[in-house]
Design a protein around this ligand. Structure first.
Ligand SMILES: Cc1cc2nc3c(=O)[nH]c(=O)nc-3n(C[C@H](O)[C@H](O)[C@H](O)COP(=O)(O)OP(=O)(O)OC[C@H]3O[C@@H](n4cnc5c(N)ncnc54)[C@H](O)[C@@H]3O)c2cc1C
Length: 445
């Protein structure tokens, strides 16, 4: 390998905060609003020019994990900041009513809720600004400066105005990729024991769909139609999801499966893989849309409305925290003494060629432990979202928007308690945390 030696240079410390949050996806949004509302001086860094993370940049357009099936009744179990977001989306006409998700293999039915990405971006802007968060868009974090082996001093970022640093007392990693945890030396892992990572998907939206026909005959028969006609197309994924959006004739498609040339999953924390994945994703979108038009009722006169700004990444690095949430915890509806909220989304594993769903039975939800947000090795860091501490199977459930809101709200609250009590997040009183969360609308189970 060839190397270029960079000349030593000074980096401007352009700001300081009590709580510095990396990433503006669902976990970062909830963490930032909560932290600022708690009274901490809060800055959020986001590489794009808008918030929402995969929910907007990758055009997910659907909140999963807000609901659970409790004793036969599908109910919303994620509240707190999530309620504020839902209410604002509703006001803007950017929210669908919850739609049913059919349980399989003895597991319970549940629900999900579609939204408009444009509305979500605006709602997130408003809520963060009103809370007093200093949002710094177009800020690509690239590293950390440590004040000791176990304490972060500042995040280093690249901007159009050059390289900068921002200092803080407490840091929350909501990057989805555990960037901050990785750079600061916390324990992280990627994929399962064989290195397998959940396959990414390039999402797309379709216009001029015949809603009635597509709901009656297209959506329910999609997977059978892929099997029946798939050989005539190049469709790497044999099970998919299509659904209508808030506005007439607009549908979203979660169909593609993006792999490297050797068929293994793209690693969304690898620059080469990411670059390759973008054009490959759009190539697949064209092929899947051709199949929809030619084979799926309701799509004959449709057109391709939009492809996502980036390939949708489900999983990269996860921290190995003080507790690692497992498949058994999710499916066994397990309770934790340090619970910060609940999740009832099924395991949703994106394996080669198909997504495998395992629905919860029993009570229909498990509690999320605070220990999954606590990294090992770094004292002034919390981690929330899809890179929190879980096995790959546990993460396949915990990563969706609902539990990300829960984890973000808990991390923002915990950071504030840690600052007020001059304690490490790992050492705060979890009953104090739970009481503050409950008072702010969180359902703890
Ligand atoms: C194709 C696909 C379909 C999905 N479908 C659904 C669904 O229907 N419903 C659902 O609820 N969930 C769904 N999910 C899962 C869900 O969207 C994500 O797991 C969730 O958004 C994770 O939230 P997060 O806050 O942890 O991270 P992310 O949403 O990934 O957000 C991370 C944020 O950090 C920013 N960031 C990252 N690194 C840096 C850096 N170095 N510097 C500055 N900024 C940075 C990113 O730009 C991003 O805004 C889907 C995911 C994918 C990929």
């Amino acid at each position: 390998m060839n190397y270029l030696t960079e000349p030593q240079r000074q980096v401007e410390i352009c700001a300081s905060a009590e709580v510095l949050i990396l990433g503006g996806g669902p976990s970062g949004i909830a963490a930032a609003i909560t932290s600022a509302r708690s009274g901490s001086k809060t800055i959020l860094l986001e590489r794009y020019g808008f918030l929402g993370g995969m929910g907007t940049a990758a055009m997910v357009t659907n909140f999963c994990g807000l609901h659970a099936n409790i004793n036969g009744a599908v109910q919303q179990i994620v509240h707190g900041i999530a309620d504020d977001i839902l209410a604002r989306l509703e006001n803007l006409g950017g929210l669908n009513a919850p739609h049913p998700i059919k349980g399989r293999n003895g597991g319970h039915d549940t629900a999900a809720q579609a939204y408009d990405t444009a509305a979500y971006k605006v709602v997130a802007d408003e809520l963060l600004k009103e809370a007093g968060v200093d949002i710094r868009f177009h800020s690509l974090a690239v590293g950390v400066a440590m004040s000791s082996k176990s304490s972060i001093d500042a995040i280093v970022l690249e901007t159009k105005s050059g390289r900068k640093a921002i200092k803080a007392e407490m840091f929350i990693d909501c990057s989805g990729d555990a960037d901050l945890a990785f750079w600061s030396g916390a324990k992280v892992e990627k994929g399962n024991d064989d290195g397998f990572i959940a396959y990414p998907t390039t999402m797309f939206r379709i216009g001029n769909v015949d809603d009635d026909l597509a709901h009656r005959l297209g959506r329910p028969n999609l997977n059978e139609l892929i099997i029946k006609h798939g050989d005539n197309y190049n469709l790497p994924r044999k099970t998919g999801i299509i659904n209508s959006q808030a506005h007439k004739g607009e549908w979203r498609a979660n169909l593609t499966q993006i792999s490297r040339r050797d068929g293994s999953p793209i690693d969304g924390s690898n620059w080469d893989d990411l670059s390759f994945a973008e054009a490959e994703g759009r190539r697949q979108v064209l092929e899947y849309h051709k199949f929809l038009k030619e084979c799926v009722p309701g799509f004959q006169n449709s057109y391709l409305l939009e492809t996502a700004a980036q390939v949708g990444i489900r999983e990269t690095r996860r921290i190995i925290g003080s507790y690692v949430l497992t498949e058994g915890d999710v499916l066994g509806c397990v309770d934790f003494d340090d619970a910060i909220g609940c999740n009832g989304w099924p395991l949703e594993q994106h394996l080669k060629g198909a997504a495998k769903w395992t629905f919860l039975g029993g009570r229909g939800y498990h509690q999320i432990p605070y220990g999954s947000l606590i990294p090992i090795g770094v004292d002034n860091l919390l981690v929330a979202g899809r890179c929190a501490s879980a096995t790959p199977e546990g993460q396949s459930s915990l990563r969706v928007s609902g539990p990300c809101f829960v984890m973000g709200q808990a991390a923002g609250t915990a950071a504030n308690i840690a600052i007020d009590t001059k304690t490490r997040p790992a050492a705060i009183n979890s009953q104090e945390l739970q009481s503050r969360l409950r008072n702010n609308g969180v359902f703890l189970g």
